[in-house]
Design a binder for this molecule. Structure first.
Ligand code: CO
Ligand code: CO
Length: 346
């Protein structure tokens, strides 16, 4: 397909989210109705809302959509769908169905491009075992695509932002750096190999991560998207009332990401994430600047970050590697709450 979707946007993917500090301000003071069946609401900044239907089944409901993150429409559809489905996996659930959310400029881009985006979405939803049940389209530029997803989980298997315990280890299931790599691709400074690797990573479902979490009785997880590894880790530490120690050198990086950041390919959203999270972070003296900026790099369809007991951490990591999460790594440890939410060791 010759139409380059990336040319329609300045910020694509999850880096088009509203800046986290502005979002916090916008939500401040709004009242949220409590309900006895609402197991997870907006208060813990979790990935999805969870509604208890019966003692054995809870509904997970979430939506994500964004402007293009890559050049090819089919791949954009796959990535946007994988990203939307990810919030169900981050809660330990299984997606069952989804609605398309589409904004598309009918007079500016051919409908064949829209068809390819939707085909990518359908294929990814099928791969997850869920089905598309409908959707909604609006004429708008630049194009945006995503899903509203419904998943299910047994209430006992639910994983939330708010259940990490001191002593747990932190596992991240995908490498980071998609923001820097897409920025590099846009100005033709990145390698083809690095770009392809980032696309494959963004397309990968977090389904294996959710299965591994269930098997190893994980209680606390999130997925890493636009607010960066440190931004999402911070939300999890805060909701769990603990501090995290992150071992920066153990955080898996996509090929080429470090080189691009060193060249100055740092997306604007990285600085917004830094502004939001840095006061809650304690960086060890002598921290490498490029690595630090990668820890603030906005991810699109990033991996799961979960807290697992010492007893289960090695087997969980082995299972992830066996299920094609080849770059999954132990990147930190949960500690008792201290003055900062995150302690980052170089
Ligand atoms: Co999420
Ligand atoms: Co989300």
């Amino acid at each position: 397909m010759s139409f380059d979707l990336l040319k329609t946007v300045e910020y694509g993917g999850c880096s088009a989210k509203l800046p986290p500090d502005q979002l916090t301000d916008a939500l401040a003071g709004l009242t949220h109705t409590k309900h006895e069946r609402l197991l997870v609401d907006i208060n813990t900044h979790d990935d999805a809302g969870v509604w208890k239907l019966t003692d054995d089944i809870a509904l997970i409901q979430t939506t994500d959509f964004f402007p293009p993150i890559c050049s090819d429409p089919y791949e954009f559809g796959q990535i946007a769908a994988a990203n939307s489905l990810s919030d169900v996996y981050a809660m330990g659930g299984k997606p069952i169905n989804a609605l398309n959310i589409v904004m598309f400029p009918q007079n500016r881009i051919g409908l064949d491009v829209l068809k390819e985006i939707l085909r990518g979405g359908i294929d990814k939803v099928n791969e997850s075992g869920a089905v598309i049940v409908g959707g909604h389209t609006i004429d708008d530029y630049p194009p945006k695509y995503g899903l509203a997803v419904t998943g299910i989980v047994h209430p006992d298997d639910l994983t939330t932002n708010a259940a990490a315990r001191a002593g747990d280890f932190l596992i991240l299931t995908k490498a980071i750096g998609t923001g820097a790599i897409v920025a590099g691709h846009r100005i033709e400074e990145g390698t083809e190999n690095g770009y392809r690797q980032a696309l494959e990573s963004m397309k990968q479902l977090n389904s294996a991560g959710a299965e591994v979490m269930k098997k190893h009785k994980v209680r606390s997880a999130t997925d890493i998207t636009g607010f960066s590894l440190l931004g999402h880790a911070m939300k999890m530490a805060k909701a769990s009332n603990v501090s995290f120690r992150i071992f920066a050198k153990d955080v898996p990086l996509l090929d080429d990401a470090y080189r691009l950041v060193e060249m100055g390919c740092i997306p604007g959203a990285s600085f917004r994430n830094q502004r939001f999270a840095e006061e809650h972070c304690n960086f060890e003296n002598g921290m490498d600047y490029n690595l630090k900026m990668l820890l603030f790099d906005p991810q699109t369809s990033g991996g799961l970050l979960f807290a697992v007991s010492e007893e289960n951490v090695e087997s969980a990591l082995r299972d992830l590697h066996e299920h094609d999460n080849l770059q999954a790594a132990i990147i930190g440890r949960v500690e008792k709450k201290k003055s900062h939410m995150l302690y980052i060791c170089k």
